[in-house]
Design a protein around this ligand. Sequence first.
Ligand code: OOG
Ligand code: NI
Length: 468
Amino acid sequence: MSTDAFVHPDEIRSMFSSAMSDMYRSEVPQYGTLMELVSEINQNMLEADPKFAESLEHNGELERIDLERHGAIRLGKPEELFNMRRLFAVMGMHPVGYYDLSVAGVPVHSTAFRPVDEEALKRNPFRVFTSLLRLELIEDEDLRKQAESILAKRDIFTADAIKLIYLAEKNGGLTRSQTEQFVSEALETFRWHSDATVTLETYQKLHDAHRLIADVVCFKGPHINHLTPRTLDIDAVQQDMPKRGITPKAIVEGPPARSCPIVLRQTSFKALEESVNFIGNKADEKAGTHTARFGEIEQRGIALTAEGRKLYDTLLAATRLAVQINAGGSNARDYETELAERFLAFPDDYETLRVEKLAFFRYSPTKAGLNAARKSELTSSIDELVDQGYLRADPIIYEDFLPVSAAGIFQSNLGSDEQKNYSEQSNQDVFEECLGAPVGDELALYAGLEQDSLNTALETLGVRKNVA
Ligand code: OOG
Ligand code: NI
């Protein structure tokens, strides 16, 4: 059995994300330029801020800095989502969170397939933001039926990919040679195809209903539409992109720049215009074009508790109500000023975030704490232990997404930076039915991490009473 031992899902994920990164770099050359820029700025930042570098090292995050953090795909029908869940499970990625993007006039709802436990996240944090088209939001009934029948004909997985998923489920894993085959078969689903499955006329009709509908319905599969490395200074990258010939979107999504970064800040550069061969195109006819793919960067900060998230949502909504970005993005600076001012109401030091229970922390005993514990019994008050320097609290990094930001990324890459605020049309039950499983609750995951770290730390310090 030992020669046939299964490859760990974390390793399969690493192999897959690295193969995807190579493929994307060769398909979208500007993405390689972005990766270089991000890596340079990360290095500068680490040199300039040794304390920050030390905190990353303490959390074991230093090695994974330049790895891709996420990618995104858009699916067309329920069974695609169902099988995508099975495919990602082979790589240790599970659905966490439900995102309703109809809030921004984008007819999809989404989840993120990601590693769930801490060790798996450390080994490779790659995740895929996965959206399912909501055809029921197409108003024109004929067009909706047409889109359905086009999608009904396609099969986005290779027969061998499905076979290997089945084997992994049946046997509990994949051997080395099966893994290699699986990675290459799985990659096929995410590849860009310049041959459309429809005529130019059909493409245009769907495109007129919504650009996103054309992107999902007219192609053989859910081409990966972006990959996203992590940057330690998103404002520096946003500012330097034009110097490298990259045009970023008008604003950075998410909270403003802060001393203690919270949740997630993201920005992207516009989709590329790519040539497409439509069905029935004559050989000498000029091919049509489609904008599908882009690059994105992200900067992550501390995960917020429900209370913290409520404050975040309130301040963001107030900002968006006060300044709506116009189509050309010419009022982007007004938006940024408004955002910065509104967010003055969000405490910007870790100790306040911790004491007011606005964010999640990972606790660990300090050397001084261990020494003191050997000499006498310590207090069981967590705040006192922290004050005394016996217990250390480090930020738990947010590993998920933000619906309003995601909608902004969608919107800008579908055409403009214009912000739309539609009413919500959440339908998590239907989504989970298509997925064939419930989505994980991200808040419960962070709370669990915090509690586990606290229990271990208190136990190590010999503090019996758990007062968390
Ligand atoms: C996904 C956009 C959302 C993010 O980082 O929030 C996203 C898409 O355009 O398909 O990737
Ligand atoms: Ni993204």
